[in-house]
Design a protein. Structure first.
Length: 283
């Protein structure tokens, strides 16, 4: 394949990626971009380089704004696919657990360097046969909330259209090297994602001195699907509530408990043990 054909093919890919990103340019602009790259190379008495093509793309396709073509350039030049180790290659136990969960929850397609949106309905899907499939979105939600507790920058919670709803969630998922590092660092706690989250909750509760903080742990444990941590946080909140007189902290705790009780059937946990505690805090 000759150099000019390579340039034209590369520019067509840019053109396609720009359209996919919602930016439309004419074929004439693409052609002029290739010509500009060639002209800049001629000034240096050399063949067009990648930098020449990048400068031409910013000038003609981005119309001078690098931000317009930054992501399409990334997709073309580097790609977005994330590699994986072959089975049997040594990884930490928590990495193995993380990748097993990605496969089980059908989240493999989100392991890419460009952000993608995942919208979930946490209610039971009665149109499928298996229990695992019926609660797939709920299990995904628990997994993503667990990563958030461990501060793994893989998923970012987004607002949903129906404000205040308990059954709908939206997440922006994007793989980064920092996410892998955070997962490896979590192995210093224990060997799996679930155990690491439980250990983190236990540490927070041991240092907890506020009913508001304890109630926040209850909510987060509920979102993570961690019933044992919910009970441990409930006991901590019960102990702190007996001596608390901080109105703001009590109000925050009441709000958090009210939200958790609203989750109820959606999150598939028994909220009854929390109701007497809410009644105790409210007066």
């Amino acid at each position: 394949m000759d150099l000019h054909h390579c340039q034209r093919s590369f520019s067509r890919v840019w053109f396609r990626e720009l359209r996919a990103a919602g930016t439309f340019r004419s074929t004439a602009e693409v052609i002029e971009g290739v010509r500009l790259a060639g002209a800049m190379a001629d000034m240096k008495n050399s063949l067009p380089t990648l930098r020449d093509l990048q400068d031409a793309a910013v000038t003609l396709l981005g119309q001078g704004d690098p931000g317009v073509v930054r992501e399409p350039l990334l997709r073309v030049e580097v790609g977005t696919a994330i590699g994986s180790l072959a089975k049997g290659v040594s990884q930490t136990s928590i990495q193995d657990d993380f990748y097993r969960e990605l496969a089980r929850l059908k989240l493999d397609q989100f392991k890419a360097s460009c952000a993608a949106t995942l919208t979930s309905d946490l209610r039971e899907n009665r149109r499928v046969k298996s229990t695992e499939a019926a609660f797939l979105d709920l299990h995904r939600s628990s997994f993503l909330h667990r990563l958030a507790v461990l501060e793994v920058p893989f998923a970012k919670r987004l607002p949903v259209r129906q404000e205040g709803t308990t059954w709908a969630e939206s997440w922006a998922l994007q793989w980064t090297p920092e996410a892998e590092i955070a997962i490896v660092e979590a192995v210093l706690l224990v060997e799996t994602i679930e155990l690491a989250v439980a250990f983190k909750f236990k540490q927070r509760l041991e240092k907890c001195a506020s009913v508001a903080e304890a109630s926040t742990v209850i909510r987060e444990a509920c979102e993570c699907g961690m019933s044992a941590s919910i009970e441990l946080a409930r006991q901590t909140l019960q102990r702190l509530a007996n001596d608390s007189s901080d109105f703001t902290a009590l109000a925050d705790a009441t709000h958090e408990l009210g939200l958790v009780i609203r989750y109820g059937d959606v999150r598939q946990f028994d909220a009854e043990p929390l109701k007497p505690l809410l009644e105790q805090l409210f007066p």
